[in-house]
Design a protein around this ligand. Structure first.
Ligand code: PLP
Length: 378
């Protein structure tokens, strides 16, 4: 019903994803942005906003707040209150402001690698120490290394940043894992930041447990970060929000945003409200399409590039390729020269890995995979 198979030309639209390779025959399969037109209802809502013709400062109006609260109730079983929401132009600024808000310069922030690169840069940009603990791969499944985390944590560690579902390994953390992580955070008095931007892109039939669904003890120390931007492909609308039930944490966070985060973009609110209100049919179809693309990546890699390892992923449209078996000096450059632009695992704290974004029309994905296989064959 929707246009997932159309092959849009995004050149000359200021696209971060496409302009990196302007003038070159490279298929961009890197940054997490999909080559799909938005849901028609979202486009209509934006058009209606344009027709209003007045683009003054915009505050979070009742309709958008209600849509977010209903979404949190429906999808996350969280009865959030309007004041828990702190609107942001993106999760990356939120991550940075959180690192700055809590503790003092020199205090530490912990996360597990590989991970989305801004988790690694935010502590450094904000004069914090960064503690990274590798995730463990056991029986084809990535998990936390609890012993290593206990050893690495220091008395000056203030925050743990969790990616749930995890970019790039694709895990949807189970309730028991989240409980254990919350125990760890309680034991060391850490605030737990749960980036749940990919939570509506679960491909496998696995349960979704939001970190805040762990009840009272989560409400005291968890800040959840959300946006409709990954699911509905709206990152250019720059609209995200933090959910912070605890008044003390909220005040500290808000203080750090003063004079830095002011009103966000009117189109961001309009897109967000429309996505949550009308976007479900589009999301369901996008998920079905992404499952098809995911299967294609698995089967293609298995048959044509068996030296690349791909572990089961439960969520996101990002495949995490272990290319160490290829014995390439610079795998990222190798595939770029073959006409495929992937994300470099080094940026995620994992040299020898590449991330492939399969959120694109299947024909384009297949061309990219063919180019990779041909480059390896020759
Ligand atoms: C885990 C994660 N968090 C945050 C973001 C980006 O957030 P924003 O565009 O709202 O800054 C991404 C984008 O890929 C992501 O994968």
């Amino acid at each position: 019903m929707f246009e997932f198979d159309s092959v849009p030309d995004r050149k000359n639209t200021g696209s971060l994803k496409w302009d990196r390779y302007a003038g070159r025959d490279v298929i961009p399969l890197w940054v997490a942005d999909m080559d799909f037109p938005s849901a028609p209802e979202i486009v209509d809502a934006l058009r209606a906003r344009v027709e209003h013709k007045i683009f003054g400062y915009t505050i979070p109006y009742d309709e958008v707040v209600q849509e977010v609260l209903q979404y949190l109730q429906r999808r996350h079983t969280i009865a959030a209150r309007p004041e828990w929401l702190v609107w942001m132009p993106g999760l990356v600024p939120a991550l940075n402001l959180i690192c700055r808000a809590f503790g003092e310069p020199g205090d530490a922030v912990m996360t597990c690698v590989p991970v989305y690169p801004p988790f690694l840069s935010a502590p450094i940009f904000q004069d914090r120490k960064r503690i990274t603990v590798p995730l463990l791969l056991q029986n084809e499944r990535w998990g936390f290394d609890w012993d290593a985390m206990e050893q690495a944590v220091t008395k000056n560690t203030r925050l743990f940043i969790l990616c749930h579902p995890h970019n790039p390994v694709g895990r949807v953390w189970r309730r028991e894992e989240l409980e254990q992580l919350l125990d760890f955070c309680e034991r060391h008095d850490l605030i737990l930041i749960s980036d749940e931007i990919h939570c509506d892109l679960i491909l496998d039939d696995v349960p979704w447990t939001p970190t805040l669904a762990l009840g009272e003890r989560a409400a005291r120390r968890v800040i959840t970060l959300h946006a409709p931007s990954k699911t509905y492909n709206l990152p250019g609308l720059a609209c995200a929000y933090a959910v912070i039930p605890d008044a003390g944490l909220r005040t500290t966070f808000r203080r750090a945003t003063r004079g830095i985060i002011t009103e966000i973009n009117a189109f961001g609110y309009a897109g967000c409200a429309a996505a949550y209100r009308y976007g479900e049919p589009w999301r369901q179809e996008a998920l079905a399409y992404l499952r098809g693309n995911c299967d294609l990546v698995y089967s293609f890699v298995k048959e044509r590039m068996p030296a690349i390892k791909l572990h089961p992923m439960e969520a996101t449209y990002l495949a995490w390729l272990d290319v160490r078996g290829l014995n390439l000096d610079r795998p990222h450059n190798f595939f770029e020269e073959a006409g495929v632009g992937l994300s470099n695992g080094e940026d995620f704290g994992a040299p020898g890995f590449l991330r492939l974004n399969f959120g694109c029309p299947r024909s384009r994905l297949l061309t990219g995979l063919e180019r990779m296989a041909e480059a390896l064959d020759t």
